[in-house]
Every structure is written in C-alpha cells, then in structure tokens.
Design a protein around this ligand. Sequence first.
Ligand code: GLN
Length: 289
Amino acid sequence: MSSSKRVWTVLSMLEWATGYFEEKNVHSPRMSIEWLLADVLQVKRLDLYLQYDRPLSVEELDKIRPMVKRRASHEPLQYITGYTDFMSATFRVTPDVLIPRPETEQLVEIVLEQFRDQSTAPVSLLDIGTGSGCIPVSIKKTYTEWYCAGMDISAKALQIARENAAANETKIDFFEADLLNIQNHSDISGRNWDIIISNPPYITNDEKDALDPQVIDFEPALALFHDSPVILYKKIAEFAASQKASLFLEINNSLVQDIHDTIASLYKTVNQACDLDGNKRFIIAGKPV
Ligand code: GLN
C-alpha cells in the first residue's frame, strides 16, 4: 500500500490486504479486509462484490490504512470498527468491554425460552458483570415489560453499557458494584430479583497461555480472568438463592463439576447445557433449596 500514485479499487484493496494479513498470520484474512472495507464504504460486505472496480478516494484510503495496520497487529475487528452484532442488535464495543460471544446469545435464548409464558409479567432480571450490557439490553428489547438491570465493577464498562441501552432504546438500570460486596449495595440487594444471569470472568491463570493473542492482548483482563472463578460462581449463587431467583450462568467447561456441586448445595434443580461446539457451557438452576 506504499505507492501514492497507485489507483486503489475495491478489488485491488481486497487482494492486497488479504495477502498482507496472510503474511502477518491474521485470522480470516479475506473476511477481515471485507469487514473493514464495508465499514469504511458503508456498504454490506456482500455488496463489495458488486463494486469491484470502484476506485477508493483519498479520504477512504486515509480511513482504511490505520485500520489495516491495527488488524495486522491482530486487534479484533470489533474494536477496530467499534461495534458488533449480538442477537438482533448492534452494540458499541471498546477495549473496556468484552466482545459479546455467540455462546452468550445462546444463554439469552435459554432465558427467553424458559420464561416465554411470563414474557409480559413483571419479571425482574439482574445481569452480574454486564460489560457491554448486551444481555439485559437484548432481553429488554424482546420482553419489554420486564425490569432489567446490569451491574459491573468497571465504571468504564458501564459507560459503554449505558450508551448501548440508549442506542437500542431500552431502559435499563446499571449499577457500579463489586460482586463480593453485593449485600452492601442497597439498590441491588434491596430488590427482589426473579432472574439472575451472569457470564463472569471464568478463565483461570493456568489457562492463559492457551488463549489466542487476539483475546489476551486486547480484551479486558478483568472480564476474562479470575484466580478462582468458582468463588465468583458461589457468590453469585448465594445471592441468587437468597433472592429465590432462577439462575442462568455461562461457565468454563473445565470447571463444570466444581461449579455444579457449588450450585447444587443451594438449588434443588441444577441443569447443564452445551454450547454449539458440544462443550458444557451453561448451568441453569431453578428453585433454591
Ligand atoms: N455480560 C457481558 C457478556 O457476556 C460481559 C461478560 C464479562 O465481561 N465477563 O458479553
């Protein structure tokens, strides 16, 4: 991308950047440049194929160059463009929040399905460790009568979550609070919750080395790692059981037995469910003991 005289077209950019990303061992090289180009040109990815010969203007090139550079250093596309899709909505994401994952969409779907017959009842739901706010915003968009809230220890994450709630025209209460002191936060502990949902940091320090650099170098450590995730699950489950709430958790499948046993001491019915890759990924608990 050096020669200033060269006329760049959609096709030549797609081809050049694909090769460049391949050299740099970037995941999904072709899809990466399609995604970035579609963002800069404000067209759908597939529509790029109808505009192969479209020349790129100086302004467009000035926008795409730094994006290509960031992608070459393995930064996730979602942070480069600043957004991602989750369920049927668009969410702003920055390095202060975890990029929402398809597994979490599945968790949301499980809640929606299990509570279908209470979709217009005055149900109250709390998402613990809300990050981008993707969970409560998606649920509130579907079951508009519900009271949905999110809490997080990170003020910066909550700022993004609030933006996402506003952009998706949903009214959600967000609380800055530490799970380990949840009882002291009267806005949270003083209300009766019907559903507690959480996708807490569940990767242990021992598992760090196995992670993709795209995750470990760019996504917030606070959202990913914990020395002892089972302690977090225990705390969440104790709070949920004290509220007689139904519990929906995304889990680390290598900790499934420990987490299951912890929850089973507090809940009568504890079920596991797999993600689309067949890994034990969710624990759902009904009536507390
Ligand atoms: N609830 C958010 C999500 O599932 C954030 C989770 C987190 O930061 N651990 O994407």
